[in-house]
Design a protein around this ligand. Structure first.
Ligand SMILES: [Zn+2]
Ligand SMILES: [Zn+2]
Length: 142
């Protein structure tokens, strides 16, 4: 392959990723470009927002999303991680008190763009969910 063909392909990849990022559903609502009830912030810090989870299976299911377009939470910088941990604790305590249930947090994000593996969303987010059961106890009984 000649160099100009490689450059052409590389440019197409960059353009594709730019298009993908500008059409990211999460980036769109984080910028305030959505009036959907599921895109309304229920909590916010400098670098994160919290929204209700669309299609949640139980009341109180919410998502913590970084405002920057990270693919998954491993890409957060150290300051972002500290801010996230404080926000996660705040959401867990508030949700536990409101629903009188245990609360779990988890991520099942993508490791590459445009894959159906993970949550089907190319933006980092953590699920915070009130549950009726003790997760550790339930897993140990399997
Ligand atoms: Zn995004
Ligand atoms: Zn998810």
């Amino acid at each position: 392959m000649i160099i100009s063909e490689k450059l052409k392909i590389a440019n197409e990849v960059v353009m594709y990723k730019m298009v993908t990022k500008t059409s990211c559903k999460y980036c769109n609502f984080i910028k305030g470009n959505s009036s959907l009830v599921f895109d309304k912030f229920i909590d916010e810090t400098t670098n994160f927002v919290v929204v209700p989870s669309m299609g949640s299976l139980v009341p109180g299911w919410q998502l913590i999303c970084p405002k920057k377009h990270y693919l998954n939470m491993t890409m957060l910088g150290q300051n972002d991680k500290e801010e996230f941990n404080a926000l996660l604790m705040r959401r867990v305590i508030a949700t536990r008190e409101l629903y009188k249930k245990q609360v779990i947090g988890f991520e099942h994000g993508a490791v590459t763009d445009n894959t159906l593996i993970g949550c089907g969303v190319d933006q980092a987010h953590v699920h915070v969910v009130p549950v009726e059961f003790d997760l550790l106890d339930s897993v140990q009984r399997i």
